[in-house]
Design a protein around this ligand. Sequence first.
Ligand code: ADP
Length: 295
Amino acid sequence: MATLGGSVADRIAEHISEVTGSPFQIAAQRSVGGGCINQAAKVSGRNRTFFIKTNHVDQLAMFEAERDGLQEMYDSRSIRVPQPLCCGVAGTLSYIVMEWLDLGGGRSGSAWRQMGEQLAAMHRATSDHGYGWHRDNTIGSTPQQNQWCEDWVEFWRDRRLGPQFSLAHAKGGHFSRRDELMNAIPKLLRGHTPTASLLHGDLWSGNAAITAEGEPVILDPATYYGDPEADLAMTELFGRFPNEFYQAYDSVLPIDDGYRQRQVLYNLYHILNHFNLFGGSYESQANSMINQLLP
Ligand code: ADP
């Protein structure tokens, strides 16, 4: 899909009119590249501009979970995220509509410092239900289980690594030390009882940006409540954020000495997910991470 077709565009415009209480018609639209999973477009009409992602109709729950995640992060009033407007179905497509943000601002040190401080502020939002979230969501397009859990070891083993290993096994992946690793998780996380904090959940460099006004923003979350170090770990996985980010983060929420080891355990989840999504050399990367974690 390059842009939204007539009846789909009309339905979405109608929905925007309903939720904003002000008639909206799409006067101009263009497709936006750069996403991994969905088709995206910028739509404008009479001084209002929105960002819209579409996918097959059966992906509505994915967009509903993204809407809820963006809303929860938005409500934490800590770091800028696009304000979600609505999601729904139009013909054979599902869609999400959110605030359009002019991205691509200069990557200045001060913006990254602000990103670090504000992410730490978001991590200060905590849950009363333990680790998890009120609904499942997706990481990339892989299902992510968020059933509440009081115990972090159990959560990381049974809701995060376990499901990814099962999927990887079904896809023909070989992880000879998988059981050894799963049994070692209590030891690897011994004494670590993180505060259940509001997380972005998929914070690689492609999901962090600076607006034209120089304001940091995070996008496309896989929200849940968990260990803040899981977000930090992912910022280092595919192109590390600038040093100013970590210094500023640490000044608000000091980074614990044990983070370096846990970082590997946390990023293993994303590498297994990448194997499940894209296959290839992520299998050997996962195996070397497992070897790094085990004696
Ligand atoms: P996907 O769900 O397919 O991975 P993303 O949410 O990552 O898609 O969005 C694709 C690209 O669109 C992003 O890399 C970013 O450049 C741009 N983008 C995302 N959200 C917005 C927004 N609210 N306003 C403007 N551009 C956005």
